[in-house]
Ligand binder design. Structure first.
Ligand SMILES: Cc1ncc(COP(=O)(O)O)c(C=O)c1O
Ligand SMILES: N[C@@H](CCOP(=O)(O)O)C(=O)O
Length: 463
C-alpha cells in the first residue's frame, strides 16, 4: 500500500515511513492511495471473531506485507492485552435500537488507547528493525496526551514531549500525564488553547531543518496509523448488530475529526453505514461547515467536554481530498485560503456529497448535562460529557428509527468526575490502577505559546 499527501506535493510513502513521518513534508496529511475493499462475505465472516482477529482483517491490507502477517498479528495481540474488558470495546444498550460503544476500557480510560496501544508496539517493532530513535511531539486537549505517554513511557526508542493547554484539561487528565516520572516523558503546559498547541506541533513539522534534526514523529491523528486503528471498531460493532445485512448509524463526539473520519473510511471499505452524526460541543466549527459549507475558525470556548474544545480540525483535510475525488490542488487552494483568511468554503457539489452520509449538530452545555441526567435516570449508567454530546446528537439527528444507532462513548466518566457528579449526585470512581492518582507527585513545565521557546526547550532537553 502506498500513501499520498492530501496536498499532493510530498513523496508517496509505504506504511512504515508513514508511521514514522507524521505530517507530510508539504504540510498535508497522508492517506492511502486507494481504499482496500471488504466484501459483504468478508464482513459476514467476522461474526463471532475476537476483536483482535477482526482488527487483523481490517488493518492488514494497510500494513502487510511491509510488516509480516505473523508479526502484525503478534503486535495486535500485545496491544489489546492491556484492556480491562475481554471484548476490548463492548456495546451497551441504552434504549430500543440505541447503543453506546464503550471505547474507554484501555489503560488511560479514553478511546485514544485503542489506537495508541497499537501505535506503541508498531513504533517499537519498526524502530528496532531500522535501528532508529524518534522524538515525538504531540498536542493534547486531555486524552491523547496520557494515552500517548502510556504507550511509549520507558521505551528506549522514543522521547516524548506533550503539549497541553494550561488550565484547560480536567485535573484527572492532567495528572494522568504529569504524574508519569519516566525519563523519556516531558510534559509542557502551554499558555494557550489546544489549537495553539496543535499549531505549534504543525509548525515544528513544517520547520524541515528542525524536524530532521530531532527526527520528529507524531502521535496525534495526523499520523495515519491512529486513524487506521480506529476503523476496526466500526466493523466489530456493526457486525454485532447485524451488519453487513443491515445498515448501522453512528454518532461520534467530534473535535479533530479523526474518530468520525475512521467511520467514513469504514464506509469506503464496504461497511454499510446509514449515517455518521458529527456531534460537537459549543465549539461547533464542524457542525457549521457541514451545514453551510463555510469553515470559519472562531474563538475556542471552554466547555465541560474539554477534549473537544477545538476549532481547527486536522482530519477534515483528509475528508476534503476524498470529497474532491483526490484533486490535491483543490485541497491546497482551500488550505491556502484558511491560512490567509481563517476560512474556506466547500463547493456545493462536494458539500452535497458530504451530506449523503454526514449529519451534524452542536450541543449546548445545558443539553449535555440534561443528557447525562436523563441517561442516569433511565439506565443508572454514568456517561462522561463527551459521550453525552454524542447521545444528544444521535437522538436529535437520527434519520430512521429502524436503523440501529450507536454513539461512540469516548471517555470513562471518572475522567470528568465534577461534571458527572454535579448532575447525577454520583461520584464516578477511578479504576483500581489509578486509585492513588491524586496522591502522586506531578512534573511539568509551563511555557509561553511561542514556537522558539518550545523548540529551545526540546533541544535543551534532548542534549
Ligand atoms: C473524550 C473525547 N471525545 C471525543 C474526542 C474527539 O475525537 P476526534 O478528535 O477524533 O474528533 C476527543 C479528542 O479528540 C476526546 O478526547
Ligand atoms: N481530543 C484530543 C485532541 C487531539 O486529537 P488527536 O486525535 O489528533 O490526537 C485529545 O484529547 O488530546
Amino acid at each position: 500500500m502506498k500513501y499520498v499527501s492530501t496536498r499532493g506535493q510530498a513523496p508517496a510513502l509505504g506504511f512504515e515511513e508513514v508511521l514514522l513521518t507524521g505530517l507530510a513534508r508539504d504540510g498535508g496529511l497522508y492517506i492511502p492511495e486507494q481504499w482496500p475493499t471488504l466484501w459483504p462475505d468478508d464482513i459476514r465472516a467476522m461474526a463471532g471473531l475476537s476483536y483482535q482477529d477482526v482488527a487483523f482483517r481490517v488493518m492488514s491490507p494497510y500494513v502487510c506485507p511491509e510488516i509480516s502477517e505473523d508479526d502484525f498479528a503478534g503486535l495486535i495481540e500485545k496491544a489489546y492485552s492491556t484492556f480491562r474488558h475481554k471484548a476490548v470495546v463492548p456495546l451497551a444498550q441504552i434504549d430500543s435500537n440505541e447503543w453506546i460503544l464503550e471505547l474507554f476500557h484501555g489503560p488511560t480510560l479514553a478511546f485514544k488507547d485503542v489506537a495508541l496501544q497499537l501505535l506503541g508496539h508498531l513504533f517499537d517493532h519498526v524502530l528496532s528493525k531500522q535501528g532508529r530513535k524518534i522524538t515525538i511531539v504531540g498536542a493534547t486537549s486531555g486524552d491523547t496526551g496520557s494515552a500517548a505517554i502510556d504507550c511509549v513511557r520507558d521505551r528506549d526508542c522514543a522521547e516524548i514531549f506533550m503539549l497541553h493547554p494550561k488550565g484547560r484539561v480536567s485535573e484527572v487528565q492532567r495528572r494522568q500525564m504529569t504524574t508519569v516520572m519516566s525519563a523519556n516523558v516531558h510534559n509542557i503546559a502551554v499558555e494557550g488553547t489546544f489549537d495553539d498547541c496543535q499549531a505549534l506541533v504543525k509548525a515544528m513539522f513544517n520547520d524541515l531543518a528542525f524536524r530532521d534534526e530531532i527526527t520528529l514523529s507524531a502521535v496525534n491523528s495526523i499520523n495515519w496509523a491512529r486513524v487506521m486503528a480506529q476503523i476496526v471498531y466500526y466493523f466489530t460493532s456493526a457486525v454485532a448488530l447485524g451488519g453487513p445485512d443491515r445498515k448501522i448509524s453512528y454518532s461520534v463526539p467530534t473535535g479533530n475529526f479523526g474518530d468520525i473520519y475512521a467511520g467514513y473510511v469504514a464506509s469506503q471499505m464496504g461497511l454499510p453505514i446509514e449515517q455518521l452524526v458529527v456531534a460537537t460541543n459549543m465549539n461547533d466549527i464542524l457542525a457549521r461547515t457541514l451545514t453551510s459549507g463555510d469553515y470559519t475558525v472562531g474563538t475556542v470556548q471552554p466547555t465541560i467536554s474539554p477534549s473537544m474544545d477545538i476549532q481547527v480540525s486536522s482530519n477534515f483535510e483528509r475528508l476534503l481530498l476524498n470529497l474532491y475525488n483526490g484533486r490535491a490542488g483543490e485541497v491546497r487552494r482551500l488550505m491556502d485560503n484558511l491560512q490567509q483568511s481563517g476560512s474556506f468554503t466547500i463547493d456545493e457539489p462536494e458539500l452535497e456529497k458530504a451530506k449523503h452520509i454526514f449529519d451534524a449538530l452542536q450541543t449546548s452545555e445545558e443539553d449535555t448535562k440534561a443528557t447525562i441526567g436523563e441517561l442516569f435516570k433511565s439506565t443508572e449508567m454514568l456517561i462522561d460529557p463527551h459521550t453525552a454530546v454524542g447521545v444528544h446528537a444521535a437522538r436529535e439527528k437520527r434519520r430512521d428509527a429502524a436503523t440501529p444507532m450507536v454513539t461512540l462513548s469516548t471517555a470513562h466518566p471518572a475522567k470528568f468526575p465534577d461534571a458527572v457528579e454535579a448532575v447525577t449526585g454520583r461520584h464516578p470512581e477511578l479504576p483500581p490502577h489509578m486509585a492513588d492518582l491524586f496522591e502522586r507527585d506531578e512534573k511539568y513545565d509551563v511555557l509561553p505559546n511561542d514556537l522558539g521557546a518550545i523548540q529551545s526547550y526540546i533541544r535543551d532537553t534532548l542534549n
